[in-house]
Write a protein that binds this ligand. Sequence first.
Ligand code: TRP
Ligand code: ZN
Length: 883
Amino acid sequence: MKDAQPRVTRLSEYRPPDFLVDTVELRFELGDTSTLVRSRLALRRNPAVDNLDAGLQLNGQGLVLESLSIDGRRLQPGEFRHEDDLLRIASVPAQFVLESEVRIEPHKNTALEGLYRSRGMFCTQCEPEGFRRITFFPDRPDVLARFTTEIVAPREGFPVLLSNGNETARGELPDGRHWVRWEDPFPKPSYLFALVAGDLASLDDSFVTRSGREVALRIFVEAKDLDKCAFGMEALKQSMRWDEEVYGREYDLDIFMIVAVDDFNMGAMENKGLNVFNTSCVLAHQDITTDAGFLRIAGIVAHEYFHNWSGNRVTCRDWFQLSLKEGFTVFRDAQFSADTGASVVRRIENVALLRTAQFAEDGGPMAHPVRPDSYLEINNFYTLTVYEKGAELVRMIRELIGADTFRRGSDLYFERHDGQAVTTEDFVRAMEDASGRDLGQFRLWYTQAGTPHLAFRDDYDPSTGSYRLHVSQSCPPTPGQPYKAPMHIPVRLGLVGSAGEISFASGGGVPATEQVLELTQAESTFVFHGIPERPVPSLLRGFSAPVKSSFDYSSSDLERLMRLDSDGFARWDAGQTLALRVLQARVAGQGAAGADAGLEGAFRALLRDEAADPATVAQMLVLPAETYLGELAELIDPLAIHAARQAERRALAASLRSELLACYRRLAPDADYRVDPDQVGRRSLRNACLHYLSLLGDDECRALAREQYLTAVNMTDRLAALTALVQGDPDPAAGGAPAILRDFEQRWRKEALALNLWFSVQAQRPHADTLDDVRALLSHPDFELRNPNRVRALIGAFCSANAPGFHRVDGAGYRFLGEQVALLDPMNPQVAARLLAPLTRWRRHAPLHAEAMRSTLESLRDLPALSPDCFEVVSKSLAVPGA
Ligand code: TRP
Ligand code: ZN
């Protein structure tokens, strides 16, 4: 809390644990008013630590201690101290058994960390520090123990009792209760512990591993959701096969379970053998799930499954190493998604996320390296930097050492560190050892925060045919890091001539049309010989490094790349650069009345090209996001950016009306709904056309959207139509949006996940008045501040994706967020702190906005009992840079 200022945890202060735990035996007696947790820990001094008389210190938060004993002898009050979330026992033997009994109150747990209740069921979330809310334990990832868990609960209401590992016994008690025992043979850190108890149905299947072992697969949900599990199950089986084929990793228990819970702070959790998922990240059905939702679910199912090796078998030494498991696992799930779908489109989506959200984080007051070196609240470090930029680091290593060598590196890593708790350094060293390459300078990517900038220049000498590319790299200051050393950056390059790719040789290599240049200096020059004409450089193909870059392309250069570049990502990126310039000119007040001629021409060609891949065309038609424009601006004027982007979109829609209509009609559904790349691509382009058309607000386009809404047989098309009517139409009331919104509400009142979409669509209507709608929706009978998905759907969506509403000039949007965070923080600090993200970057905004944002942050800072989570975000946001 605030008066006892939260303590800083530093990587430099890491010490190995004084005590190790060999086995943990837990027994839970679950009850409506309290739960009794008995634990039996076999402890011994860590032989690697030279500290023979260190006392025992265990974490424990909010636990009511009932009894404590060592080797069967009950401890008297003077023999231990229990304060500040720690249990201290001054003198203990070298090896002993510690037994404890504590009481906890899961029904009062609104933070959703530790053991809590969600819609009646009991469930746990222990990563990163939730286990200490369940029992006394060295709650740190470098203490690995073998767990046995017994769960006792009334049979009525809790027929299903689950924990990690294999079920080994069960029985009945005379009082209507029953019990089940689970044993997990793999030593694991406490953050991977899980328990679930409830009245659940399951979809059951099985998988035969490549070595011929049969694994039972079970997805547990409320009975009403049983028809929404098939897609997740398929994704799970695909992931299991993929990890065998691509990484040689086989599953290791006899059973793999997934449980869906409605109240969950994040997406999902990789507990050993018992993954717990946010319902929004596993339940899928075409009636309530969009195409984007399906793809996201497949990616998250894969992500959590892949953690079984990258995270569980090889885990983190401490939480500074979080990217060891998260960066690597995001990289693995992105590879999986690319392999099983439209790879270029997946890459475009990833890059768009990096450029908008991760770059913003890297440029704000919470900027931190992929391996941070200090934190107040570790929950605040489950960030885009650790996850997404962390994945890019793994990707760059693969780019530098090659795919085959990378596989040898990952084999070596898993083999060398199986059963250990290790560091990002161990990961990089395995890659070095497998490749023989020195990644010394590359390690800076783990320790230096901020997004590097690459400035490219070139010159061409027609008389000798030599082409020179000059690059200078720099990286802006970030909190605590005023100066940055040059980094090791892979730049995948092609040269595009007037008729297509030019093949070239550099440094005596074999001629090719592509090469990975390696930057290591602040300034470097690369020379290419035998180039017959002045080429246009295709830089950072596939987004080979997470950087910003600049090169003085002419518009015709960009049009050439869009047409002739062999790299799909680079073609898209050239279009984005073209569009960026148009929008930046508009923001600066230099916009023409109509659409930009270059963009209009490019879009017209795309819409008419019936041979082009619809999914890619759909991506190319999306103008760069407002947040990316803000990120690249000197000073962010969110309203001017929104207005410019909106004006360009309207102008494009007006000029391309007939092409948009033709494309929309051409792509009408011609088969039953399926989630395959072809259908997903067609729907995405058709709905992109519908959205452009809706901006015109004319009767024909409105009728089209209403018709699509009413006849849709899947949520993708239904939601796209609703979004067009609510958010696209300049006058939603005239277009019929209110009636359609009522229809949607009636239809989906009972489906929480669909209703979340309904809240979000309204929260994102780009208008200053939306704030009033959002306030009204807070009193909707189905709005609940205790449910994180609802909070994110309404408050989160409004504050992060509605510039005209959130950034109102009167500051009411900022004050609204401040009020809601103040209400939520005492209940669920983790979710409250995340909601604050849009305010953290106040210094980058134009003064009018910056002042109002700051004053909201100040009012939060002055609250009497701010959580450490929000305190960290607020205080770092208000801190003077460089001071
Ligand atoms: N390890 C989880 C993942 O797969 C992240 C996670 C789930 C988490 N729930 C959490 C992190 C709660 C912190 C708190 O990425
Ligand atoms: Zn993860």
